[in-house]
Design a protein around this ligand. Structure first.
Ligand code: UN1
Length: 515
């Protein structure tokens, strides 16, 4: 193993030069298939991870059930206290864990650390929530009666997470799920098992110190079969899935067919709209970050750019200058802005998307190739690309599908209504952003005639949401909401309890039923 990798793994107590156990339910194990964690920058195999066998999966579920029975009795503010300790433990490892994200996933240093910060932030949020996960008292129409709406834990929550946020998405789910009193079982992306193992070690340590069973945060690394077992398990009332629309459709149907609940965080196909009165010194760098940041591998990445005709030429000039200045290379190097795509397969997806754009007569302003010079050839590096398709036809797959790579599609409009129409005309509905100084445009944009996405920004790019707001999207993005807002309410079962404190019975709606 390279020194670059071994330093990072050692700092997080991940074994080097032996197979790494990838299953945790209070004890570590892994007798299933081997998953290889491959560094997207160098192509080196970072570790061989032992995934869950069917039997271990079964045991992990049993352990999770027992752990839930323990956790549901712990008062909610006490759970909050454990999350406060977890917050401290994560913050203490912020740099080391951030480096592992850069090493294994490929995002740049500041974004790797930022992702750990998201987990820290959501812990803080859940600590606060742990004193505020309140139900309601409802006025009853009957004398001497009271109605309570009571949140109770669900049981086991399954979290199936994606490669692009290998730490934070579990953080969003685990923090709220734990505060609500559930055990959580985590199947991470098969290509980022080390991040999951490192996070689980940190959580397990905090749980152990508090005498809480480790299986309240169970880890089962594995491939499709492990995911399917969670999706189909009647013991898991809520499945939170982050990934593609194609897989999300299968997960959604399967969970629905057994009357389970889902939180789906699927594709984004996010647009930024630039009005002629926008401050371009703010808008251009924001579009640059939205489209090129994380090498275009956020659900919230900017994929469509709609420019008002009056500012289109200067905007594109300024944007191309930024694209030309991008520093590409090892994401662990502090000055790098563009790391690799996560997998070889993603490079293929990128190349065929660019090919299709060319076939369809799009003008490729910049990019379109792999980087294959020395130092980059071993990794999955691709040039960030700006393309102007011949026309804006939202029905064309160029516009209607999400390509998880740094490809930005540009269209030119004359009226805001037209751009909002284009924004809304795609199947996905995650994030969108309008750049303007005119409050009339803002009113239109955030109102009933405006953007139909879950995240609707003004003078803020499409990506980089804070945890305080509910995160998620509408339409084929799946309607799920995670982290802030009312997201916690999905991690509980609600009981409407009518209690009669009086000495007489009475029926609702004044119904009489006596002989
Ligand atoms: C994702 O891409 O799945 O808004 C999550 C953002 C981040 C989270 C993205 N806070 O870009």
């Amino acid at each position: 193993l390279s020194a670059r990798a071994s330093t990072i793994l050692s700092a997080l107590d991940i074994p080097i030069a032996t197979d790494v156990p990838g299953v945790y339910d209070g004890t570590w194990g892994g007798n299933g298939d081997i998953l290889e964690s491959v560094c997207p920058t160098t192509g080196e195999v970072l570790a061989r991870v032992q995934s869950a066998s069917p039997r271990e999966l079964h045991e992990a579920l049993d352990k999770s059930k027992e752990a839930y029975i323990f956790l549901r009795k712990l008062p909610t503010p006490r759970r909050g206290d454990v999350l406060r300790q977890l917050r401290e433990a994560l913050a203490a490892k912020r740099d080391a864990l951030g480096a592992l994200v850069s090493l294994e996933m490929g995002k740049i240093r500041t974004e790797g650390i930022g992702e750990v910060q998201e987990f820290v932030d959501i812990c803080d949020y859940a600590v606060g929530l742990s004193r505020m996960m309140n139900g309601r008292v409802v006025a009853s129409e009957r004398p001497g009666h009271t109605i309570l709406e009571v949140p109770n834990p669900l049981g086991i929550v399954g979290a199936l997470t994606a490669f692009n946020f290998p730490v934070a998405v579990y953080g969003w789910n685990f923090s709220l799920s734990f505060a609500a009193g559930n055990a959580t079982i985590w199947k991470p992306s098969p290509t980022t098992p080390l991040c999951a193992i490192a996070v689980t070690k940190i959580i397990a340590d905090v749980l152990e110190r508090n005498g809480i069973p480790g299986a309240v945060s169970t880890l089962v690394t594995g491939a499709q079969d492990v995911g399917e077992a969670i999706v189909n398990s009647a013991d898991i009332p809520l499945v939170s899935f982050t990934g593609s629309e194609a897989v999300g459709r299968v997960v959604g149907k399967a969970v629905q067919s057994r009357f389970g609940k889902t939180i789906l965080e699927l594709g984004g196909n996010n647009a930024s709209i630039i009005m002629p009165d926008a401050d371009l010194s703010m808008a251009v760098p924001a579009v640059f970050f939205g489209a090129v940041g994380t090498a275009g591998q956020r659900c919230t990445s900017t994929r469509r750019l709609y420019l008002h005709r009056d500012i289109a030429p200067p905007f594109l000039d300024a944007l191309q200058k930024l694209y030309a200045s991008v520093r590409v290379g090892d994401p662990l190097v502090g000055s790098t802005l563009l790391g690799p795509l996560h997998t070889r397969a993603a490079v293929e997806t990128y190349s065929s998307a660019v090919e299709r754009l060319r076939e369809k007569g799009a003008q490729v302003l910049t990019g379109g190739q792999r980087y294959d010079q020395d130092g980059l050839r071993q990794g999955n590096f691709v040039q960030p690309t700006i393309a102007i398709p011949k026309s804006v036809d939202p029905a064309d797959s160029i516009w209607s599908t999400e390509t998880f790579a740094p490809v930005l599609h540009v269209g030119v409009f004359d009226e805001l209504e037209q751009a909002i129409g284009w924004n809304n005309a795609v199947p996905q509905g995650l994030s969108s952003s309008l750049w303007t100084r005119d409050m009339r445009n803002i009113g239109k944009w955030i109102g009933s005639e405006g953007s139909d996405t879950g995240i609707v920004n003004v003078n803020v790019g499409t990506s980089g949401a804070e945890i305080g707001a509910a995160f998620g999207g509408n339409k084929s993005t799946g309607w799920g909401r995670e982290s802030g807002g009312d997201a916690w309410k999905q991690y509980v079962r609600w009981s409407a309890c009518t209690i009669n404190f009086s000495d007489a019975t009475s029926l609702a709606q004044g119904v009489k039923f006596s002989a």
